[in-house]
Design a protein around this ligand. Structure first.
Ligand code: ZN
Length: 115
């Protein structure tokens, strides 16, 4: 059984030793989304991020729209998009997160424009 730690920010990720970090608001927000995210994180390997993890994230069927909906309801979820990420106690600058952040801001801007 993997250890699960609930946080008031971000969405979800699998950290060192397979520990799963989840936003504590996920379950109350949408139980189906919570279960799918938890299942996804449990499928990650316990070690260093590898090809298997990459393929898992690549074929990830959790909709970005659902995650965006969660972040709008719980804005601290956006912390997940922060381009500075901590991996094994070292802080990295993540280009992938920067791209995601730019796309997300673009989508929010578009939504605001349409409304
Ligand atoms: Zn993943």
């Amino acid at each position: 059984m993997r250890k699960i730690i609930f946080l008031p920010h971000s969405i979800a990720w699998c950290g060192e030793n397979g520990v799963i970090y989840l936003n504590k608001h996920l379950k109350e927000f949408d139980e189906s989304l919570y279960k799918r995210i938890l299942k996804h994180e449990q499928e990650h390997t316990m070690g260093i991020y590898n090809k298997q993890d990459f393929l898992l994230d690549f074929k990830n069927d959790i909709s970005q729209w659902e995650l965006l909906g969660f972040c709008i309801a719980h804005p601290l979820g956006f912390v997940q998009l922060c381009p500075i990420v901590k991996v094994k106690n070292i802080w990295f600058y993540s280009w992938l997160s920067t791209i995601k952040l730019i796309i997300t801001i673009g989508v929010i801007w578009l939504i605001i424009k349409i409304i």
